[in-house]
Design a protein around this ligand. Structure first.
Ligand SMILES: *[C@@H]1O[C@H](CO)[C@@H](O)[C@H](O)[C@H]1NC(C)=O
Ligand SMILES: *[C@@H]1O[C@H](CO)[C@@H](O)[C@H](O)[C@H]1NC(C)=O
Ligand SMILES: *[C@@H]1O[C@H](CO)[C@@H](O)[C@H](O)[C@H]1NC(C)=O
Ligand SMILES: *[C@@H]1O[C@H](CO)[C@@H](O)[C@H](O)[C@H]1NC(C)=O
Ligand SMILES: *[C@@H]1O[C@H](CO)[C@@H](O)[C@H](O)[C@H]1NC(C)=O
Ligand SMILES: *[C@@H]1O[C@H](CO)[C@@H](O)[C@H](O)[C@H]1NC(C)=O
Length: 743
C-alpha cells in the first residue's frame, strides 16, 4: 500500500517583453582559482622585473589643471580639481586609457542615486596628504553645498608608491546627519581603456578571451537578442567572432571571487588589472554577483549595485543618520611582457602574484586616511562552528567550509541585502574553526551558513570590535530548521545549483567564454532550452527513480509557445509513502535561488485546483536569470511593504500562516479533510536567497504503522510552484539597468 504524492511547480517570467523563466536554481562556483593560483611562484616575476626603478623616487607635479605623479614605472595624470583619472602612461603606451574620450570618461567614479540621477563625483579641491620619496597620496575633495546635487561629501584618494607600476584608489564618502535622504544604489569606479589596443579580457583562469569591439555591437554589426545587453555578432570587425553572443553579464562573478580582472594589449604586451584584495567594503556578502570587465574595453570596480539583488539591497540613506564609508583601496596594476606566444599567461600569472602580495599586505599600512584603520587598529573573532541535526546523526558535526561573517545587525541572512556597512567573511576549516581577521572597530552581528544544511545562522550576541581586541566565541552550534527525518530531497542545500541539469547552449548562441563545464550556466538562452527538452510535457520528477543531475532542470521556466508568448509550466514531484499518519505533521521546505517578478504556487492533489494551497504572490525584482546569474536574491517582506508592492504569503486556504521577522521560512498549515479523515500538513517554504531545492520531511516515527488506508488520504498530493512576472516592472528595470551599466 502506498500513496502517490505529487508536487507541481509553475513558473512564468517576463524578460524584456517576452515571457521567460524565473525561479532558478543556482550554483555557486567554486572558483578556488585565486588563492591557490596565487601561490604559483611564476617565472613571470623575473621576466617582469620592474627594471631598476624601485630606487626611483615618487615625484609629484601640481598645476592648476593637472596633477602628475610619476614613479618612473608609471605616470599617473589626474585632472585638477575634478579628480578624474585621465592618463596612465606605461612603457611605450602614452596612455592606456582611451585618450579620444572626454576627460570625464577615462577613469572615473560615479554614483547612481534616487530616480536615475547620475553623478560623476567631480571634486573641487586637491590636498597633498603625503609626499615622500616612497609615496604620494592625494585627496580630491568636495563638500556638499546643500544644493540639489548628490548629498554626499566626497574624498577621492590616489596613492602612487615606489616600485609599484600602478595606482591605488579609494574613496571616503560621508553624509552628515542633516543631509536629506538619498538612495545611492550604484557606486563604482569605471575605466575606459584604449580601444584599439586592449582586445583580450581575463576574468578568471578559465574565463579569458578575445573580445569584440564596442562598434561590433552596433545595429549593422549585430542583432539584439531578448534583452538589450545581449547581442549576437553578425558582422564583427574580427571575423572569427562572427556568430558569437556578447553580453556583459556573462562576465559577472561573485564578490568572493571578484579579486582580479582586466585586459591585455597583445601589441604592446601590456596588462591592465583591477586588484581588489578585500571584500570588506563590498555589499551583499560573499555571494553577491557583479560586473567585472566587458566590451568597451571597460573595466569596473563595483562597490554597490542592485545587480542580481534588485532594490532589495539596502542603499537608502536616511536623513538624520550620519554615515561614512571607505570604498577600497583597489590597485590599478599595470604589467608588461615581451609580446610573444606566451605573454598572456605571463601577464595573468604576474597579476595573480601581485594580487597575492596585496592580500598579504592587507589591511594596507600606507594609507593616509584616518578612516582606514591599519592592522593594529582592527580586531579579530575566533571560534568553532558545529551543526546539530539529530535527524541526520546524533553527535554534533563540525561545520566544514562554512561561511562565517560579521555584518550589520539584522535577521539571520540579512547580510545578503545589507548595503551600507562593512562585512567581514571567511570560511571555516575542516573541523569548523574560524578566525575572522582585520575587522574594523564596530558593532556587528555574527552570521554563518553551512554547506549541506538548509538555513542561516545568526549568533544572538552583539559583537563589539575594539582596536586590537581578539574575541573568542568558543563553540557555536547551528541547529538547522528540521521537523523530522527527511523523506526525500531534491538537490543539496549548498546554495548551489551545480548539481542540477544545466543544458548545452544553443549552437547559434555560443560565447566562447566558457571553456569549462563550471561556467556553462553563463551561456545565453539556456532558459529557452526547457521548451525543447520538455517538448511533450512538463518535468515530472519521481522520487527514487529520477536523478536530479539529469532530471531536474536548473531553472524553472515557462514554456515558449511561439508568437512571443509563454505559458507557465507545472512541475510534478511524485513520491510514495509506505504509510501515513493522519495526525502527523508533514513539512515541505522550498528554497529559491532567485525570482524575478514571479509567483510560486503550491498545489496538492489537484493541479487544476483554482486556489493553490500556498502562494508567494509576486516575488523578486532583479533579472538574475537572464543575466546568467546562478543566483540572485529574493525580497524580504519588510522591504516589499516599504516599496508598496503587494506582499505575498498568506496561505489562501487556512490563513494560519503568519508573517515572521524571519523571512527565510514560511510555514503554512492546513487540514486536508479527505474521506472523513484529517491530516495536518505543514508546508514550509524557505527562500534562502541562494538556494533552490525542495525538501520534504515528515516524522516517520509517527507515520509508521499507525494508519492503513493511506492511499485514500494522500493520493495525488500535488504542489504547484508558479512564478509570474509583470512585464512592466521588468522592462523598467531593464532600462534602468541598461542605463546604469552602459554609462
Ligand atoms: C607595512 O607593511 C609591510 C608589509 O605588508 C611591511 O613590510 C612594512 O614594514 C610595514 N610598514 C610599517 C611602517 O609598518
Ligand atoms: C550594538 O548594537 C545593538 C543593536 O543596535 C545595540 O543594542 C547595542 O547597544 C550596541 N552596542 C554598543 C556597545 O554599541
Ligand atoms: C545521477 O546522474 C549523474 C550524471 O549522469 C551521475 O554521475 C550520478 O552517478 C547519478 N546518480 C545516481 C544516484 O544514479
Ligand atoms: C499565434 O498568433 C496567431 C494569431 O494571433 C494565433 O492564431 C495562433 O494561435 C498563435 N499561436 C500560438 C502558438 O499561440
Ligand atoms: C489522531 O487524532 C484523532 C483525533 O484527535 C485521535 O482520536 C487519534 O487517536 C489520533 N491518532 C493517533 C495515532 O494519534
Ligand atoms: C515557522 O517555522 C520556523 C522553523 O520551524 C519556526 O521557528 C517559526 O516559529 C515558525 N513560524 C510560525 C509563524 O509558525
Amino acid at each position: 500500500m502506498f500513496l502517490s504524492h505529487v508536487l507541481q511547480l509553475d513558473i512564468m517570467e517576463k524578460v524584456a517583453n517576452r515571457r521567460r523563466l524565473v525561479v532558478w536554481v543556482i550554483m555557486m562556483i567554486n572558483l578556488s582559482l585565486f588563492l591557490s593560483a596565487c601561490s604559483d611562484g611564476t617565472p613571470a616575476r623575473k621576466l617582469l622585473k620592474h627594471t631598476d626603478s624601485s630606487n626611483t623616487h615618487v615625484r609629484l607635479q601640481l598645476s592648476d589643471s593637472l596633477v602628475v605623479i610619476d614613479n618612473e614605472l608609471v605616470e599617473v595624470t589626474i585632472q585638477n580639481p575634478t579628480g578624474h583619472l585621465i592618463g596612465l602612461k606605461y612603457k611605450e603606451m602614452q596612455n592606456v586609457l582611451e585618450s579620444r574620450n572626454h576627460n570625464h570618461n577615462k577613469g572615473y567614479w560615479d554614483i547612481v542615486w534616487d530616480e536615475d540621477a547620475y553623478d560623476k563625483l567631480e571634486t573641487e579641491h586637491v590636498d597633498v596628504i603625503t609626499q615622500t620619496d616612497d609615496l604620494v597620496e592625494l585627496s580630491f575633495t568636495k563638500k556638499w553645498n546643500h544644493g540639489k546635487t548628490l548629498p554626499l561629501n566626497i574624498q577621492k584618494r590616489f596613492i602612487v608608491r615606489r616600485g609599484i607600476p600602478g595606482v591605488y584608489m579609494y574613496g571616503v564618502f560621508d553624509r552628515e546627519e542633516d543631509f536629506p535622504g538619498a538612495q545611492m544604489y550604484q557606486i563604482r569606479i569605471a575605466f575606459k581603456l584604449k580601444e584599439d589596443k586592449f582586445r583580450f579580457v581575463a576574468v578568471s583562469d578559465m574565463i579569458q578571451r578575445i573580445m569584440p569591439r564596442s562598434e561590433d555591437r552596433d545595429e549593422h554589426r549585430s542583432k539584439t537578442l531578448d534583452f538589450k545587453e545581449a547581442v549576437v555578432l553578425t558582422n564583427p570587425s574580427n571575423p572569427s567572432l562572427k556568430g558569437e553572443v556578447d553580453d556583459k553579464y556573462q562576465y559577472s562573478t561573485e564578490n568572493k571571487d571578484n579579486k582580479l580582472h582586466g585586459w591585455i594589449s597583445d601589441d604592446d604586451g601590456v596588462g591592465f588589472w583591477i586588484i581588489t584584495p578585500s571584500n570588506e567594503f563590498r555589499t551583499g556578502g560573499p555571494h553577491k554577483q557583479d560586473l567585472t570587465s566587458h566590451v568597451g574595453p571597460t573595466a569596473l570596480s563595483m562597490f554597490v549595485s542592485t545587480h542580481y539583488t534588485g532594490t532589495e539591497i539596502d542603499t537608502f540613506y536616511k536623513q538624520g543618520e550620519a554615515w561614512k564609508k571607505v570604498f577600497g583601496p583597489v590597485l590599478i596594476y599595470l604589467n608588461s611582457a615581451p609580446s610573444n606566444d606566451d605573454h598572456r599567461n605571463i601577464l595573468w600569472n604576474d597579476a595573480k602574484r601581485q594580487l597575492s602580495d596585496e592580500i598579504e599586505s592587507w589591511p594596507y599600512n600606507f594609507t593616509g586616511s584616518e578612516d582606514f584603520p591599519h592592522s593594529e587598529q582592527r580586531g579579530q573573532v575566533n571560534g568553532q562552528l558545529l551543526v546539530q541535526d539529530r535527524y541526520m546523526v546524533r553527535p554534533l558535526m563540525q561545520a566544514k567550509s562554512a561561511f562565517v561573517g560579521l555584518a550589520a545587525h539584522g535577521d539571520a541572512g540579512s547580510w545578503q541585502t545589507e548595503g551600507k556597512g562593512y562585512q567581514f567573511w571567511t570560511q571555516t576549516d575542516n573541523i569548523g574553526h574560524f578566525s575572522i581577521k582585520n575587522v574594523r572597530p564596530g558593532n556587528y552581528s555574527f552570521y554563518a551558513w553551512v554547506p549541506g544544511f538548509i538555513g542561516d545562522y545568526k549568533l544572538d550576541l552583539n559583537i563589539i570590535i575594539h582596536p586590537g581586541n581578539k574575541i573568542e566565541l568558543g563553540t557555536l552550534i547551528y541547529d538547522p530548521p528540521r521537523n523530522g527525518p527527511t523523506l526525500w530531497e531534491i538537490g543539496v542545500p549548498d546554495r548551489s545549483a551545480a548539481e542540477f541539469f544545466i543544458p548545452e547552449p544553443y549552437p547559434q548562441f555560443m560565447n566562447s567564454i566558457t571553456k569549462d563545464d563550471t561556467d556553462k550556466f553563463r551561456q545565453y538562452g539556456l532558459w529557452d532550452r526547457y521548451s525543447d527538452i520538455y517538448r511533450e510535457g512538463d518535468l515530472v520528477y519521481t522520487v527514487g527513480t529520477s536523478n536530479y543531475s539529469r532530471d531536474w532542470f536548473f531553472a524553472h521556466v515557462p514554456r515558449k509557445t511561439g508568437n512571443n508568448t509563454n505559458r507557465p509550466t507545472t512541475w510534478q514531484i511524485k513520491y510514495n509513502l509506505q504509510d501515513v499518519n493522519e495526525n502527523g505533521t508533514y513539512t515541505l521546505q522550498l528554497a529559491l535561488a532567485a525570482a524575478s517578478f514571479a509567483e510560486v504556487q503550491v498545489r496538492f492533489n489537484d493541479p487544476n485546483a483554482v486556489r493553490p494551497y500556498f502562494t508567494t504572490k509576486r516575488i523578486g525584482n532583479d533579472n538574475a536569470v537572464a543575466r546568467h546569474g546562478i543566483h540572485g536574491l529574493l525580497p524580504i517582506k519588510d522591504r516589499l511593504h516599504r516599496m508598496g508592492v503587494p506582499t505575498y504569503g498568506l496561505c489562501v486556504n487556512c490563513n494560519l500562516y503568519q508573517e515572521t521577522r524571519d523571512h527565510l521560512f514560511f510555514n503554512c498549515s492546513m487540514a486536508l479533510n479527505l474521506k472523513g479523515k484529517v491530516l495536518t500538513t505543514i508546508l514550509k517554504i524557505s527562500w534562502n536567497a541562494f538556494i533552490y531545492y525542495l525538501w520534504h520531511e515528515r516524522n516517520q516515527r509517527i507515520f509508521r504503522g499507525r494508519f492503513r488506508a493511506v492511499d485514500a488520504i494522500l493520493k495525488d498530493v500535488i504542489d504547484t510552484v508558479g512564478i509570474r512576472l509583470r512585464d512592466k516592472a521588468i522592462n523598467k528595470l531593464d532600462i534602468i539597468n541598461f542605463n546604469l551599466c552602459n554609462a
